[in-house]
Design a protein. Structure first.
Ligand SMILES: Nc1ncnc2c1ncn2[C@@H]1O[C@H](COP(=O)(O)OP(=O)(O)OP(=O)(O)O)[C@@H](O)[C@H]1O
Length: 209
């Protein structure tokens, strides 16, 4: 079976500093690729390149089909949760989640959205504007997408998903990531937070920590 995602000979230079060079790796189904590195090492830049949102990384990325630099992947088949939670502050958590679904050309029953929000601890906050939520609650709005049942979404790209979460939410997200991988899903994530499981494969970029 071909790898789900393959990156070859990636090279990135910013402001005359080489962030990474000759970087090659592949990710298979059921794996969790944990991109690690110091602040500024280029983790977000790399993740954006894998999704096709970066124009500054040379090299080849293949996700079943070639993904050119600046050529976004088919968004219906993966979740990309960026470093900042993509939450529209004037919308409620429910509206944010429904909008994310619409971008995926999906319509789920409202009960499924309520359930996902409840799972991430936002019961009672479904209908308040997101600007009145705390940083951790806004992160949870973004993470609620990971609790929707979308069989065609087999890849998650998560940029620092644990940011602003309390200990129990960190624990819950760890378990969710692991169970997704155990069901054959693939996760590529950046995090300064350690994740310990047999399915985790570290990928270190930049100078040794
Ligand atoms: N738009 C930009 N223009 C110029 N340099 C940039 C730009 N975006 C990022 N950089 C630089 O690229 C380097 C890598 O940034 P990136 O956000 O990928 O790092 P990171 O490893 O994700 O860091 P952190 O752990 O702090 O989130 C940084 O030195 C940053 O200043």
């Amino acid at each position: 079976m071909p790898e789900l995602l393959k990156a070859a000979d990636l090279f990135c230079e910013r402001d005359e500093r080489i962030l990474f060079a000759d970087l090659s790796f592949a990710v298979d189904q059921g794996e969790i690729l944990h991109i690690q590195g110091a602040n500024g090492a280029g983790k977000t830049t790399l993740l954006r390149r894998l999704v096709g949102l970066s124009w500054v990384v040379e090299g080849n990325v293949t996700w079943h089909a070639p993904v050119a630099d600046g050529d976004a992947l088919d968004g219906n088949r993966f979740w990309y949760l960026a470093h900042r939670p993509a939450v529209t502050l004037l919308q409620t958590p429910l509206e944010n989640l429904a909008f994310a679904m619409a971008l995926h050309n999906q319509v789920l029953a409202p009960e499924a959205l309520w359930q996902a929000l409840s799972t991430v601890g936002l019961r009672g906050y479904e209908d308040v504007p997101a600007h009145s939520l705390s940083a951790g609650q806004q992160r949870r709005v973004s993470l609620a997408r990971l609790y929707l049942d979308l069989p065609e979404v087999r890849l998650w790209l998560l940029d620092e998903p644990f940011t602003a979460l309390d200990a129990s939410a960190v624990n819950q997200l760890e378990q969710r990531i692991v169970s997704f991988a155990e069901q054959g899903g693939t996760v590529i994530m950046t995090s300064h937070h350690g994740l310990h499981h047999a399915a985790v494969r570290p990928l270190h970029i930049g100078a040794p920590l």
